[in-house]
Design a protein around this ligand. Sequence first.
Ligand SMILES: O=C(O)c1ccccc1NCC(=O)[C@H](O)[C@H](O)COP(=O)(O)O
Length: 259
Amino acid sequence: MILDDLVAATTKRINAEKAETPLVQLQAQADKLPNKNPQEIVDKFLQPGLHFIAEIKRSSPSKGTIVTDFPYLQIAKDYQDAKIDAISVLTEPDYFHGNLQYLNEISNTVQTPLLRKDFTIDPYMLYQAKINGASLVLLIVAILTDEQLNDYLKLADELGLAALVEVHNEDELNRALKANAKIIGVNNRNLKDFTVDLNNSINLRPLVPEGIPFITESGIKTTADIKRLKDARVNGVLIGETFMRADNKEKIINEFKSV
Ligand SMILES: O=C(O)c1ccccc1NCC(=O)[C@H](O)[C@H](O)COP(=O)(O)O
């Protein structure tokens, strides 16, 4: 499965990065930075209305190259101008052609909270996220043990990072809730065959308590999709490809917001 390949590539990459910059060095850098308050993001997603996380990504395993022109700083400014609630920045290099440097530069360009979108498999990546300006990190339940999930949630909190805990099914959702995840993301993409089905989120929505923001991710393309998801009472949508392909990002975001 693709997640196995992503985990293998990420493990190799992080081991190489650790050899170059040891964890203690990142910890010392992180210690010097002020902590943000992760609860602020949770509270924001719980406010009435639909919240938007817009993604910056060049490619993906399911779609290959999405855009050839990739002015990531301008895209971040466009998202900020459209008053998006958070920006998801792909930092995975091998399959998404992302880069941690993009996150760093974007954090110096916009004030919008940033999600480090990567395949977190090591605490080292949480320190990297903080140092490079993230407010949120992604924790994918399918690639973590319960112990890792608990440890990374605790560390994220200590570092002042909110965690978007991603699940694909009821079993993973139960693990996320047991670990006291404060934000749940449901991925509509089946990572075995890459099909997307918004019903995945719609079916799981009632299982998440009201005090935990419910974010639906992947495959959201039209105002009709937004209406269905709003009717299902999700708190937020995470949209990548549709926004990346749009020439006028503010226009499509405003159309989606007006549903
Ligand atoms: O998108 C993929 O091909 C993919 C493959 C394996 C793991 C994760 C993958 N996608 C990451 C995402 O979660 C999406 O980038 C995100 O939900 C936005 O989806 P979309 O709006 O469909 O671009």
